[in-house]
Design a protein around this ligand. Sequence first.
Ligand SMILES: Nc1ncnc2c1ncn2[C@@H]1O[C@H](COP(=O)(O)OP(=O)(O)OP(=O)(O)O)[C@@H](O)[C@H]1O
Ligand SMILES: [Mg+2]
Length: 444
Amino acid sequence: MAASAAVALVAVGVCAAAFVIIRHQMTRQLDLSLAQTAAQVTQQSRGWGPTVGDTSCRFQAVPCVQIVPSDPAEDPAKPYALRVTDATRQVAAGQHAPYYSKLTVVGQEMRMFTTRLPGKHEALQVALRSDTVQRGVRQAAWALSAVGGAGVLLAAGLGYWVSRSGLAPVTRLTATAERIAATRDARHRIELPPGPPGREDEVTRLATSFNTMLGELEQSIAAQRRLVADASHELRTPLTALRTNAELLARADRLTDAQRDRASAALGRQLREVTQLVNDLIELARDEEPQPLVEQVRPADLAAHAVRAARGHWPQIAFQDHFAAETEAVALPGVPARISRLLTNLLDNAAKFSPPGGPVEVELTAYSGALELTVRDHGPGIAAEDLPYVFDRFYRAEAARALPGSGLGLAMARQIARAHSADLTAEQAPGGGALFRLSFPAAG
Ligand SMILES: Nc1ncnc2c1ncn2[C@@H]1O[C@H](COP(=O)(O)OP(=O)(O)OP(=O)(O)O)[C@@H](O)[C@H]1O
Ligand SMILES: [Mg+2]
């Protein structure tokens, strides 16, 4: 509607302007030929030609010429054919500038030019029929109205066509968005017009990014469903074991003391494991680091603290730390508790998979502002086929199934690393064992 109205307005405006110009030009033409005739008559009146009272208004296409003296006493006996007013006398007397006027003579529309004959006290009046001009102006008005009307109709048609073809993708986009809102199903996509990518219009680009957004949404919904499914599956086994032990203890009168102690110890351990698992799940489900907890942290301090804690926790493992001197001062924004958690998970794994007494090397190096922390053990290492999966939730390599754990440690570690824009990777250490590499980008 707006586009049509704009185009229609322009069409009508252009026609109106053309009409005004045509009318002006035609009147000017008439005025010019009047002035020309007046000049000719002035030339002729030096020797011969019309004198006072002479009128020659009998013919249609011929200019009608009349000479009027300034003094009414000198008027001829015959009446004037063209109208004579005070202004005419003033022009004759030289007190008034030449002028153009309109008048009607025997029912004919005429345009008249009144000027002074030089050197005489007489005014020269030249009149021409203006009905031809008026007819021309009327014809032009009709023609222009027709053109303007056609322009308006064309604008309406074009506007309709543009809105149908140009806005159709928007309609499709709206419909898809409404369908998703109604069904809560992010699998819908907007159909894109065929054609090579890169040459699309804005609407197609909008639809493309809408589709991309839907893809992301679908993936994130799928990931959430998977997490819930995995979590409930993982919880089932320890809960079954818990129930068995609880049922066993309910009939404690039939058990020996030793059996009862064993069952209650197992119950306590399983409860701790389930609690840990649930806590890990809650932390994993939290995506972003809570902003108020972000502060400037020194990874070197956190690493030193984590190694100290691990030594207390795993007395049989020889933790060796090498922190480069230039790493001491490096600080970056982060949540200290979460980074500590990441480090603890790595150190726990290293200790868990190390042979008793085996060394675990923790190294911290800095190069041009970027920090890199490596944790290396001398255990069985990670098989090449497991490497791509160790960071998945609940993934545990075949060999690790006998050891305690739920397979959430590395998933959480990578999530924390990502939240701090750091990179966490695993590889096989040269000479056996696993090597985890955590690299923080250069600050700023
Ligand atoms: N240092 C390591 N040496 C050998 N294998 C490892 C090492 N660290 C991790 N893995 C492998 O990666 C898997 C996933 O590790 P992750 O820390 O996520 O789980 P977990 O240690 O089994 O359980 P959790 O940490 O939740 O108690 C492990 O089960 C193991 O197969
Ligand atoms: Mg672990």
